[in-house]
Ligand binder design. Structure first.
Ligand code: FE2
Length: 619
């Protein structure tokens, strides 16, 4: 038992847990216990444990640190207790006397509890098992005693390596998922407790302090990584949201946020650069050229030590913390260089620059509007104006005050603005697309008209073929885009006849083999004519194969059965039906039933049997 000092009423209220030995060094209770148990000098144990309270550090340590406070009453133990009570210091310094007085076998086969030699009155703690009596003991001290040895200190290098590994591990398992985080947290805690236990089993002792350091580094580095990652992402989002993509300078809303922020710290001069008639010169300019011009303008602006944003398509606005006199010189030079640059690029644009001290208390939008008005009506090239807004231009009371701008609000507004711009761009593109589509229909109509103008007997043939083909497609349940393609293919299926000489096309009576060979080329002519139109390249095979037959005796390639695109098969049916019912040249026209009979005869030879049934059911 440990000798302790008692208060006047016989209770112990504080307990010394370090002991001083002859070299005036203080050792913890754990060191003293291990040293007594192993029969080693405390200094030898302490050099491994690093638990020594070194005299060199004493001046940095609060004397009170060496005391362990107990806030309950402990009554000094009765001498006649059944439990033998021996002074810890007697054991340490005069074991022989203890043995003589209490018997040589006092500690033989005994568990020795080192504890205050007093009765514990209220040593109750809340534990997972309920309220239990007990005390706190240094955990490494307990390990030392239980394992019969001392913890080897691995030195600094393994600890540093362990920390690096912890940081790498936390990076590898980083996640934004809460459930996963909880799982990883539990796993790491479990791992940290489990590994030392396993190591002790193999008589390798790990230091719990290092385990705690490992855990701490693991979670701290994961936290630091997340914060750094968040900030990097925020910065990327900020740049994306706040930079005008065309001009490469900041947006006005972000500018407003920045100028208000900066104006709290120092005096600022607001600068308005007006490029007179810039729009008139650049409105019809290709976007790449405009981007290049703005990139060069931006290059000159950024030479001036200031922060720039776009105010309008003809104005850039900036602020600078330079003194007025110095700024004036800089702005005169900027005006000259900008004028020269724009002239070199072939733009007759006048450059006017107006600057004035920015007054924090005014509404920033009103101030900048006033400055822009001044710049627009400026006769001189550069003007250092009085404070803005000028006399008579009171801030608009209706505008909300921006006394406390928030970056997130500013970002949200910028993103909204960009969304609006994107929507309007999308509408424009849609308009363009509709116009292109319209022009394309006109091309098809013109081609069909050109074809039919050559052969009055085929007037309306293409339109009717399209009509019949769509009846079949409807029955087959084709989606609208497929039907639209079929309509185009039907309209254009005979376009190649444009390339066939009149003598053959309009010949009455039997064609020679050579002439028929020419006619057979019309699908290929058609495809060659239409090839440059990328919009319809996927319907070219439908046109090419509209004279193929189910039994493989058709042309141009002699395809048969399902090798013929189904759209071509549909067009073939519609084509033949219309030819039969309208009559061509020397043939008389047939009625529906007569035509259907002929088509049904072609079932399985000229046409697909299923498609014939379908066609007959819709026609
Ligand atoms: Fe044809």
């Amino acid at each position: 038992m440990l000798n302790t000092l008692v208060d006047e009423d016989g209770f112990i209220r504080k307990l010394r847990v370090s002991a001083r030995v002859k070299d005036r060094t203080y050792y913890s209770l754990s060191v003293m216990a291990v040293s007594a148990y192993l029969g080693k000098e405390p200094s030898a144990v302490a050099s491994d444990l690093r638990m020594v309270i070194d005299t060199r550090f004493r001046r940095y340590m609060d004397f009170e640190d060496r005391y362990f406070y107990i806030d309950y009453k402990v009554r000094q133990h009765q001498r006649d207790s059944a439990v033998p009570v021996v002074s810890f210091y007697d054991v340490l310094h005069d074991m022989e006397r203890v043995k003589a007085g209490r018997g040589a076998d006092l500690f033989k086969d005994s568990i020795v509890l080192v504890y205050p030699a007093a009765e514990v009155g209220h040593d109750i703690h809340l534990t997972p098992l309920g309220k239990m009596p007990g005390g706190f003991v240094h955990i490494n001290g307990i390990i030392n005693i239980l394992s019969g040895g001392t913890v080897d200190s691995p030195g600094y290098i393994p600890v540093v390596l362990l920390c690096v590994a912890a940081a790498a591990l936390s990076f590898a398992v980083r996640t934004d998922n809460v459930q996963k985080s909880i799982l990883i947290f539990t796993a790491v805690i479990g791992f940290n407790i489990f590994v030392p236990l396993v190591l002790w089993k193999f008589h390798i002792k790990a230091d719990f302090v290092q385990v705690i350091v490992f855990s701490f580094v693991f979670f701290a580095s994961a936290g630091i990584y997340r914060v750094a990652d968040f900030l990097a992402r925020l910065s990327a989002i900020k740049d994306r949201a706040t930079v005008d993509p065309l001009r490469g300078v900041y947006t006005l809303r972000y500018f407003r946020y920045r100028i208000e922020l900066e104006a709290r710290r120092r005096r600022l001069q607001a600068i308005m650069v007006h490029l007179r008639d810039f729009r008139a010169h650049t409105d019809d300019m290709p976007i790449d050229r405009l981007k290049e011009i703005w990139s060069r303008i931006h290059g000159l602006l950024s030479n001036v030590n200031s922060f720039w944003a776009i105010y309008s398509p003809e104005e850039a606005v900036g602020f600078s913390a330079q003194r007025r006199e110095r700024l004036e010189v800089v702005l005169v030079s900027l005006q000259e260089r900008l004028t020269r640059l724009l002239r070199e690029m072939g733009l007759g644009v006048e450059v006017k620059i107006c600057a004035a001290e920015y007054t924090r208390n005014s509404n920033p939008f009103d101030s900048l509007a006033a400055l822009a008005r001044q710049a627009r009506s400026l006769a001189a090239n550069v003007l250092m104006s009085s404070d803005i807004p000028p006399p008579g231009e009171k801030p608009d009371a209706g505008q909300p005050s921006m006394a406390q701008p928030q970056i997130l609000d500013s970002l949200a507004e910028d993103i909204e603005e960009k969304n609006r711009q994107l929507l309007s761009l999308y509408e424009k593109l849609k308009d363009e697309h509709d116009k292109t589509k319209e022009a394309f229909y006109q091309i098809i109509t013109s081609l069909v008209n050109a074809l039919e103008a050559r052969d009055p007997y085929t007037q309306g043939h293409s339109l009717r073929v399209a009509e019949y083909a769509l009846l079949v497609a409807d029955k087959l349940g084709w989606p609208p885009d497929q039907k639209e393609k079929l309509r185009k293919a039907s309209l254009l299926h005979d376009l190649g006849k444009i390339g066939i000489p009149d003598a053959i096309l309009h010949k009455k009576g039997q064609l020679t083999d050579e002439e028929f060979g020419f006619i057979k080329q019309h699908e290929i002519f058609g495809v060659n004519i239409l090839k440059p139109l990328k919009e319809i390249e996927d319907i070219l095979p439908w046109i090419l194969y509209h004279h193929e037959k189910w039994d493989g005796t058709g042309y141009p390639h002699g395809l048969g059965g399902d090798a013929i695109p189904i759209a071509s098969q549909i067009i073939a049916l519609a084509d033949v039906y219309d030819a039969l019912t309208t009559g061509r040249d020397y043939k008389k026209s047939l009625n529906r039933q007569e035509a259907v009979d002929i088509i049904v005869k072609g079932k399985g030879t000229h046409f697909s049997p299923q498609l014939v049934d379908l066609f007959v059911s819709v026609i």
